[in-house]
Structure formats: C-alpha cells, structure tokens
Design a binder for this molecule. Sequence first.
Ligand SMILES: [Cu+2]
Length: 150
Amino acid sequence: MVSHLFKTPRLLAGGMLLMLITAGHASGQDVQVSNARLSLLPGEQPGAGYFQLHNTGDETAVLVGAQSEAFEDVEIHMSSDENGMAHMHAMEQVAVEAGERFEFAPKGHHLMFIGRKQALAEGEDVEVLLQFGDEQRLPVTFEVVSPAAL
Ligand SMILES: [Cu+2]
C-alpha cells in the first residue's frame, strides 16, 4: 500500500523527485487493465463487466465511470451479501492507490452495462471507455463471455 513512504530518506527524496517530474502527467495513462470480460445474461438483463485494474503510476487512480456505444448506460456497482441476500449498489468511484491492483470480479465490484443497443454474441468485442477523476479516458476492449465461463 503506502509502505514505500517509510523507506529511507534517500529513497523518499528520490520518490518525491519522481513525483515532481511526473506531475502534470495524467494518472489515467498509468493504469493498465487486463482480463476484461463482459458477462451477458439473456434478454434485456444488464451485463456485468469484470477486469483487473493495475495502477502503475505514482498517484491514486480514481475510476469515476465508463461508457460504451453498445449500451445506454454503464455504472460502477458493488455487490454485497447482507444476511444471505445478494445486493448491489451503485458507487460514485473506485480509488486504486499507486502501485496497487484492484480486481473487479463476480460477487464484488463490477461495471453494470445497462440498456443494450445492439445484439452481442459470445466472443465479440465491446469497446468501453473508462473515465478517471483527472479527466483521463482509457479505452478498453471487453470480450463478451457467457456467465457460465466466469
Ligand atoms: Cu450491478
């Protein structure tokens, strides 16, 4: 997490210098997304997007939203289990600290793809634009998968 802040003063100074040099660069460019897949249920039900987000930058990356031409709306959701009942609710944002990885996974955080605008089949690609708090946008290709494949 933030353990690098407590290393020797020399390393700390080096880190601060690095931060000064990279200041002005957007953290959105320092975010890598892998294993992006979109699980589609039949009919009009929304799809769920899962992926791993790796913040390789020096600043906290804050995911604030997403959009896709293939859907009317994309929301950030978090699933939870309350008294044995599965719930999910929308989240304003998800913050990933510098150097951290964050998993959007079944039963946890996910992107909810609402209002499909076009037919999508397993194996097809869906282009999604992830939006970060510093106005950066990161295009990510999600592969459509069956819920059974997760
Ligand atoms: Cu959801």
